[in-house]
Design a protein around this ligand. Sequence first.
Ligand code: ZN
Length: 374
Amino acid sequence: MVNKERMKKEFEKLISFDSESFHEREIYNYLKNKLIELGLDVKTDNVSSKFDSNDGGNNIYGFLKGNVEGESILLSSHMDTVKPGIGKKVVYHDDGKVTSDGNSVLGSDDVTGIVEILEALYQIKENNLKHPDIEVVFFVAEEPFCVGSRYFDYSLIKSKYAYVFDLSGEIGTIAISAPTILSFDINVIGKSAHAGFEPEKGISAIAIAAKGISNLKLGRINEYTTLNIGLISGGTVRNAIPDNVILKGEIRSSIHEKALETLDYVITIFDYVSKEYGGLIKYNSEENIHAYKVSSDSILIKNYQKALDKLGYGKCNIIDTFGGSDNNNLNKNGIEGVVLSSAMNNVHTKEEYFYLEEFYKAAEIAIKLVTLDI
Ligand SMILES: [Zn+2]
């Protein structure tokens, strides 16, 4: 049902590109031409101009006109990898396991997803399979908080539903939710003075920061939300009262409003403590990704299960995730999407691996989903 040799070759080809985030120019050029070759109408944007790099790629959108009536469907995956992703090599093991040579990540995150989508398009073309309208989007710069998909022009997309092939775990795993992630910086400002001659004139920014942090509940602060301060820097010399501290932190919550409430909580405490000491704070925050949750009776889950049934691959495993993907941006822009396991494990490490059998299964599922042969 799938062309296994071609999938392996395609995987090797895509892995051969050094496509760390913001350096996807080569894989972008290759995939743009590949989609054209497969008969899609292809549009690209100019998102790389927003990033500080001279070999970035752009988001690729492809449209394949349907030959039957039916709900249009969007498939997506991302072109970038994390570091270390230069000089990636594919190593095949006797038991069907595929790894890197140990010097870099493998890049199955998310090249497996791309190859599975391409294989579905190949099969449609070669076997004249019946299918509704299909849209494909390959995003750049997913790993650094999905900035590639953040700037995509969603008015291009007509599908109401999307499958994103970008999830670790066994085939059959489907993620239906992901959190909001907020990052924040707090600048605590005190007043410097000589620590020995006139300490009374100083206001210690370090003391303010310490008291602020000790008043915070950190870690898992409720059922939905985590709070972390991961970086602290400040002060200049041993014998001066420090007038400056920078704190960098992160909030995650599966409920967007709770993430915002938590940011308020942090700022209120630091504001109170700094006033108590006669100092002040400045802060800024950024929404990295926005939470979504797809209903448990979504047609996407039903169709995924039907595809698994048709192939004899068992019951799907529905999970909630606490990390983001391009699917956060799809949902934020009104497209109901879920994330499907694409055959990858131990991602973001040099021990990343997948099994060929799982890889082929994921492509078979992709074919079923887009041909509505379920
Ligand atoms: Zn990924």
